[in-house]
Design a binder for this molecule. Sequence first.
Ligand code: GLN
Length: 224
Amino acid sequence: MVATRKKNNPDIIGVLDLQGGVYEHLDHLQRLGIAGRKVKRGVEFNNLAGLIIPGGESSCISRLLNIFEIKEPLLNAYGRGMKIWGTCAGAILLATKVVGETPCLGLIDIEISRNSFGSQLDSFKSEARIPQVAEQPIPLTFIRAPKIVNVGKDVKVLLKVDDYIAAAESENILVTVFHPELTGSLEFHRYFAVKCGLNPTVNIKSCSDRQWNYCSWTRLARSA
Ligand code: GLN
């Protein structure tokens, strides 16, 4: 259950540990056989193949990035080649344009509109086929989600639904407005691991939904 890596590439994916769904992502990485670790201090951004910015509350995570003074080390690590995946609030933090607000990290050329489906009560589940990511339909969980309303020319759309874009990527950044870590699916985590130059060794078909339940991540939180 260990990840192999390309030469000279660090083989760890960090999960930004300020607020939000940290353990849920760590749980999915572990299931894939990828080494994951929580990241909260400046030095911890060194030597990561990738970083996941989890869903949660973007205004809160943005404030904590400033309070902990880790925006700069994060941006420096990105400059050295670390890939980044933002889920939901994470996607908001990575956008170059946030409707009506000042952007935070501004690393991917997308325009995003917060809370665009309505309140927390308007959260919903659906599924979609995303050919670049998996052959089978992927379950999608939207929680007070934003909508990506525009992407720049160097950004590839992975999933468009009705009037909004739900997943997109540039060369070094992946953004999803939904939460793969809150479903049994490992497909997006595998997709991101491969983008980071890692090679998950676990056969994805052996990690079926039946082995996963929505609170299986709590074992990691208890042992932390
Ligand atoms: N509504 C949150 C925000 O604007 C994002 C919600 C989420 O990450 N599920 O930051």
